[in-house]
Ligand binder design. Sequence first.
Ligand code: MG
Length: 338
Amino acid sequence: MKLSWKQYDLKLKHTFRISRSARDTAPVVILTLEHDGIIAYGEASPSSRYGESVETIEAFFSKINLSRFDSLFFIDDILKYVDSISIGNTAAKCAVDLALHDWIGKKLDVPLWKMWGLNPANAPLCSFTIAIDSKEIVKQKIREAEEYPILKVKVGLDNDKEMIETIRKITDKPLYVDANEGWKTREKALESVKWLQDQNVVFVEQPMPAAQFDDIQWLREHSHLPLIGDESVIRLSDIPKLAQAYSGINIKLMKCTGLREAMKMIHTAQATGLKIMMGCMIETAVAISAGAQLSPLLDYCDLDGNVLISNDPFEGIRNTKGKMILQNKPGLGVTPLA
Ligand code: MG
C-alpha cells in the first residue's frame, strides 16, 4: 500500500475575483494510492479561508500510515482514523477519501454512481461561474459561457449592480448569486437581496459572514429569495442549526472531508428540509468527477472548477452544456493526461 503526492499549479483562464480575494493560479495536491496493482487518485485543493495550504496538506499526508488496515474496503474504519489524525485539514482528508473510493470502484470495476444506485437522469444542470470583473471582461465571459444554461455570479464588492446589469443586457439565463460573506450589515444585505429579487435570480449564497448567524436569520425573515449557506456549513455537525437561517446548503468535498461525509450530509439535509447544492473549489477533473458521482442527489450543481482552468492534468466526467456526463468508467472515472 503506497501513498505519494504531487503539487500542480492550476492556471485560471481569467483572474478569479470574489469578495475576499483574487488569484490567477490555484495550487492543488494530487494524491496517488497504489495497492494490489491498482492506481487510484485523490485531490486536495487548499483554501486559506479554512486554514489550509499546500504545506499543511503535505504535512498531513506524511502522518498517514495505512499499514494497520487489513483491507481498503474498510473505508469507514480508515476514514475515522484519518479524521482523528488532527482537527481541520479537511481538503487533505478529502484527498484520502477520494483515493479510497477510486480504488474500491476500480477494484469492483464499477463507477461510484452505479455502486450507489444513482440514476444519472436525475442530475440537475451545472452552473458556470462568472467571477467579479470589469464590465468589458464580464461581457467577454458571458460570451464564452454561451453553452452553459445557468450562470453563477460572484458579487459582494462595490459593483454588484453593474455586474448584474451587464449580464442582463446580454442574457436572461437564470442566475445563482454568491456574495461570499461580502455584505457586512443586515441593511446592506436586505437592500441587495430585494433588488436581486426582480432579476430572475434563483437564490443568494452566503450573503453575510458566517459569524453573523442572527443577521442572516433576520435577512431570511425579511426577504423572499432562498438563501443558501456555504461558508456557514463545513461538516455534518453544522447542519442541524442551519435550517433556521437557510433554505439550503452548499456542500463541498474539500470542506467536508470527502464523498463519505458528503453522502451523510445530503441525507441529513434532506431530513431537515434543506435544499442541497454541491459546489467546488478550483480543482482538477479528479475532485470534480468525484463530486459529479453524487450529482443525481442534488438540487443545484455547481461543479465547474475545472472548466475555469486551462491546464487540467486529468480527464474525467465531462461537462457538456452544463450536463455532467456520468460514464461507465470505474471509480471516479478519471485518467491522468500525459
Ligand atoms: Mg460560495
